[in-house]
Design a protein. Sequence first.
Length: 121
Amino acid sequence: MYTKDDMFILIFLLIAGGIMVYLAQNNLMLVPLHLGSYVFSDIPLFYIIIGSLVVGLTLAYILHLVNTIAVSLTLHKKDNKIKETKNEVAELTKQIHQLELENERLKNNSTVIEPTDKNAL
């Protein structure tokens, strides 16, 4: 049905709505808004407050997304490096096993070339 996260979101939205209602009731004065060379006159102050909040949250979210993408790319590169290193370790283990077999053959002075180990990695 409803999870704990859904309830927290609902409570947060109720609190945020209450704050916006409070701002709207107490900040009804009309003010001019200057954006560069453009001037917008007679805008209620609570629109400017809420608009600033929304713009700030949007910019923070965009910066968070950029940071998340950068971290994801870094982790992806590190995962690929780990896979390459594991493959290199497996190849070196195979080579060590073959050299151990050859070393045993040389210790026993065997001139017969034994087939390679079928159980090798």
